[in-house]
Design a protein around this ligand. Structure first.
Ligand SMILES: [Zn+2]
Length: 86
C-alpha cells in the first residue's frame, strides 16, 4: 500500500483514513479529511522561482553557482523606517 502524506499538515494518513487526491502540475498530492474540510483548494504546490540581483544582473537564484546561493542565504533583510524626502 502506498504511503500518503497530507500536503497541508504533513501527517501520514493511516490505513483506512480518508483523504482527497489532487493532480496538479504533473504531480499527485493528497489532503487528509480535516485539512480538506478546512480548505478544499490545493495551495502552494508549485515551486516559486526567486529572482535576485547578482553582480549587477537580476537572475533566477536557481541558476546561480553554489557559493552565490549560499551568499544569498546568508543575506540579511532590513526594513527601512526612514521616509524619503525626494
Ligand atoms: Zn492534513
Amino acid at each position: 500500500m502506498q504511503k500518503h502524506i497530507c500536503h497541508d499538515c504533513k501527517t501520514e494518513i493511516g490505513k483506512g483514513g480518508k483523504f482527497m487526491p489532487y493532480e496538479a502540475a504533473g504531480a499527485s498530492f493528497v489532503k487528509c479529511e480535516s485539512c480538506h474540510t478546512a480548505d478544499p483548494i490545493l495551495r502552494n504546490f508549485q515551486e516559486a522561482e526567486v529572482y535576485s540581483r547578482i553582480v549587477g544582473y537580476i537572475r533566477p537564484i536557481k541558476q546561480w553557482n553554489k557559493a552565490k546561493r549560499q551568499e544569498f542565504q546568508d543575506r540579511l533583510t532590513f526594513a527601512s523606517t526612514m521616509a524619503c524626502d525626494c
